[in-house]
Design a protein around this ligand. Structure first.
Ligand SMILES: [Cu+2]
Length: 534
């Protein structure tokens, strides 16, 4: 048995999982504001890799390949992705088995135009059922990747070897649409241009499947955004940040109760609050470095970690922080740029940033740091300024004029949801409104077109994600939203003891959707709820 310590870089007081912040509030009767003042920087427990780790800023930054359509007809593009096992050299000299989309981690990037439909045929050659969800996609329910809409493995051997491929906890879902071997997912992409990501969303086993490599990027563009003059081409970089840990044999370490990911869901006791790795990957490479021109770059950052939060800061070798000029949020362009020095990013959030390297001397280096991480988790990646270069990019003062404006008074309903630890099936669970997820129970029925205000309250960190719709943050902790809450969001980071109000309009499609915590371990342990749009 390998050693699994709490993140050695965290002090005991900071390594608070469920027994920490929770006990702090429940047992001592601390008020929410007192808990907030003492909140830990992360919720989760750290794995320690059992192989030597490379020094930072040596491995070149990979950029995931852009997938070519296999067919284009009638104004729509068709793609094929085979989900399969492979092995890759993530750490230099170390062979790591992965579950992949198309043989790479991250999977191939799909680039789309707004309003131009895309069909992706996924073929499951993995040993377990899968479900694909396009995070942030405005997608009809039958292609949204509901957790019981399984794609069973193709081989009869695999299927009979794993008879328990229904949802766990003895649940059966009469509405599930199960296919074998392949499934076509159709995405209308009638939505604001932004960075989306696709990942596994199978009932009970989402967290370990993403950990093993089932994640990829999907970028939606349109003419208006192209015309802004933001940095483009090689000066636009998608950055998928994800932490992992490695076992002695080079495999990805993960504390699953059932490593076959077929029967018993969940993780071992110390990791119930979330699994943190000690290696920070960007686009699948450990602490990479990227050569840049002395010019503006557009960095499209996704936190694809299961549980780790980051606070990003870009710092030159002489300790000077560079402005992080935010131009977009989860659901596309902001109205106007927002300048940050340090920028928090929770699991599943995306930040669209412009960073100007023109003031950095040639040969100089800019490190992207994680101010919430200690030890090796405090580094993310680096940029080495290789040459002077012309730069005709710009950051317009007005980025977009189409952000929805929903007022509190537009809401026909206000709903309250708590996101808290609790009991589930005789063990530990994470609950929405006091209940663990049940596919058979409708938690929210919303009318298509209605505006609603939702008040979300948390015990520990919970990044809350709504499928189908974007939302605006109305308030945080009874105060105005923070600078990084600007724009249209689809994931909002609730901090320990904090209440956040959001407003949205249930627009798009009728059907069965979800909202859930995007700490992937919480999600697998009950923290999802059904959203039925009628
Ligand atoms: Cu959570």
């Amino acid at each position: 048995m390998r050693e699994h310590d709490a993140d050695p870089g965290l002090t005991r007081r900071h390594a608070l999982g469920i027994g920490g912040a929770l006990a702090l509030m429940a047992a001592t009767g601390l008020s929410a504001s007192a808990a907030l003042a003492r909140r830990p920087p992360v919720t989760g427990a750290g794995l320690r890799s059992a192989v030597p780790l490379p020094p930072p800023f040596q491995v070149p930054l990979p950029v995931p390949p852009v997938l070519k359509p296999v067919g284009t007809s009638g104004g729509a593009d068709r793609y094929e992705i085979t989900q399969r096992e492979t092995a890759a050299e993530i750490l230099p000299g170390v062979r790591t088995p992965l579950w992949t989309y198309g043989g790479t981690f991250p999977g191939p990037t799909i680039e789309s135009r707004r309003g131009r439909p895309v069909t992706v045929t996924h073929r499951n050659e993995l040993p377990v059922p899968t479900v694909v969800h396009l995070h942030g996609g405005r997608t009809p329910a039958d292609s949204d990747g509901y957790p019981t809409d399984l794609v069973l493995p193709g081989s009869p051997r695999d299927a009979t070897a794993h008879p328990g491929h229904g949802p766990g906890h003895g649940m059966r879902d009469a509405r599930a649409v199960v296919t074998t071997l392949t499934r076509d997912y159709t995405f209308p992409l009638d939505q604001r241009p932004t960075l989306l990501w696709y990942h596994d969303h199978r009932m009970d086993f989402t967290a370990p499947a993403i950990w093993r490599g089932l994640a990829g990027l999907h970028i939606v563009r349109d003419d208006a955004e192209d015309a802004l003059g933001l940095p483009a081409g090689p000066r636009e970089l998608p950055l998928m940040i994800a932490d992992r840990a490695f076992a002695a044999d080079g495999s990805l370490d993960y504390p699953s109760l059932d490593p076959t990911l077929t029967r018993r869901p969940g993780v071992r006791e110390p990791y119930l609050a979330g699994v943190l790795g000690d290696v920070i990957l960007v686009n699948g490479a450990p602490w990479p470095v990227h050569e840049v021109d002395a010019a503006r770059y557009r960095l499209r950052v996704l936190n694809a970690s299961n549980a780790r939060h980051y606070e990003l800061e870009a710092v030159t070798d002489d300790g000077r922080p560079l402005d992080l000029v935010q131009v977009g949020a989860d659901q596309g362009l902001l109205a106007t740029p927002v300048t940050h020095r340090r920028l928090p990013i929770a699991p599943a959030e995306r930040h669209d940033l412009v960073v100007d390297f023109s003031g950095v001397p040639v040969g100089g280096r800019v490190r992207l740091l994680n101010r919430l991480g200690s030890g090796r988790a405090g580094d993310v990646m680096a940029f080495r300024v290789a040459r002077k270069a012309a730069d005709d990019s710009r950051v317009p003062r007005v980025l977009s004029t189409d952000l929805p404006v929903w007022r509190r008074s537009d809401a026909v309903r206000v709903r309250d949801f708590s996101f808290r630890a609790g009991r589930m099936g005789g063990g530990h669970g994470w609950l929405v409104g006091g209940l663990p997820f049940d596919p058979a129970r409708t938690d929210v029925t919303a009318r298509l077109g209605d505006v609603e205000v939702w008040r979300l309250v948390a015990d520990v960190h919970h990044p809350v994600h709504l499928h189908l719709v974007g939302f605006r943050v109305l308030s945080r902790g009874g105060r105005p939203p923070l600078p990084h809450d600007a724009g249209l969001k689809d994931t909002v980071s609730l901090r320990p003891g904090e209440a956040v109000e959001i407003v949205t309009r249930f627009d798009g499609y009728r059907g069965r959707y979800l909202f859930h915590c995007h700490n992937a371990e919480h999600e697998d342990m009950g923290m999802m709820a059904n959203l039925e749009i009628v």
